[in-house]
Design a protein around this ligand. Sequence first.
Ligand SMILES: [Zn+2]
Length: 400
Amino acid sequence: MKIAITNIATIVTGDWRDPFARGDTILMEDGVIKRVGSASADEVQACDFVVDAKGTTACPGLIDSQVHIAFGDYTPKQQAVGFLESYVHGGTTTSISASEIHVPGRPKDREGVKALAVAAKKSWDNFRPGGMRVHGGAVILEPCLEESDFEDMRRNTVWLAKAGFGAVKTPFDYVPLVKAAKKAGMTVQVHTGGASISLANSIHGEHLIAMGADVSYHVNGGPIAMPDEDFERVVKESDIALQICQAGNIRTALMCLNLAVENDCFDRFLIATDTPTGTGMMPLGMIKSVTEMSTLSKFPPEWMIAAATGNVAKVYKLNNGFLREGKDGDVLLVDAPMGGSRKTCLEAIKHGDVWSLVGVFTAGVPRFVGRSRNTPPPLRYPKVVESRIMNDFSAQQQFK
Ligand SMILES: [Zn+2]
């Protein structure tokens, strides 16, 4: 399938160091971005699907690195169906599993823990709700797991692990488990702060530094934050990615953002939601955090979009998150909302208003063009000028 998007006013790349691309056109072919910038009339005419962006803004699809998935498009926590498809209508095109801890009656024995991760990984490989790609199957680190178990799971394509909900006596017991998971080639995420887990197992700065995991999940609290003085230690004494979440503490999220920039490690700053949880099912959770971090800080909105796209892709080694040749065709069209005081999407975000989402492409497939289900109406609507493709609502992952 060949796709062209023309007349884009602003192309946000997802790379905070080089946040804008020149030109007004994006070409996609067979699931990936073929070119960003310009195209000849012949090249556009050869496409199966052509959209005139009508002066809207393009940016990479958002990557939420903390989603509480279980199996299928259903969240046991909030008893809601269709939440992932709804998240696509907020701009989230990729979700990373926070481990399948909400599966009712989840097993805690050695074989059960492994089986759950393998089954979740393989199930999500075949299922794309609303076009979203879900990286499922994050094994829950339990003290019963042995080094050979991690190799077994890795052979079965599991590549994510999560520390924080195992039957450990102290968070320091995670140190050998994190080491074994990393040795097997897994990316390890760790719960940070208190509240969701028992007081005795609250995970603070000293634990994060000792564990050496890859991503501090909701470093700003999930939902309760670690002590303020621990943030500077984690920024300076570790190289762990600093994931702030919509469901956490907004004051410490901002403090973490400022520390990341001051210490020259904005690459480690990631935006996620930590939903659906007690905080709710939040289709606009990602864009709300992008907007809050933009409007409450002195930093530009294109940096916060990068924290929700390119920065995440680099930490998790994904082939999306950037509008760049060869990357996955995960593209959003967005605009300033109608009725506001700002004329472009980026100005609106800086002002504190969420965007209007007017088009979503994932894996180089158009999922919708026009008004999203969940965002306010835009100032401008893109227009489909050519379509020679069939709609496909099967949610199967035919297009990788
Ligand atoms: Zn969580």
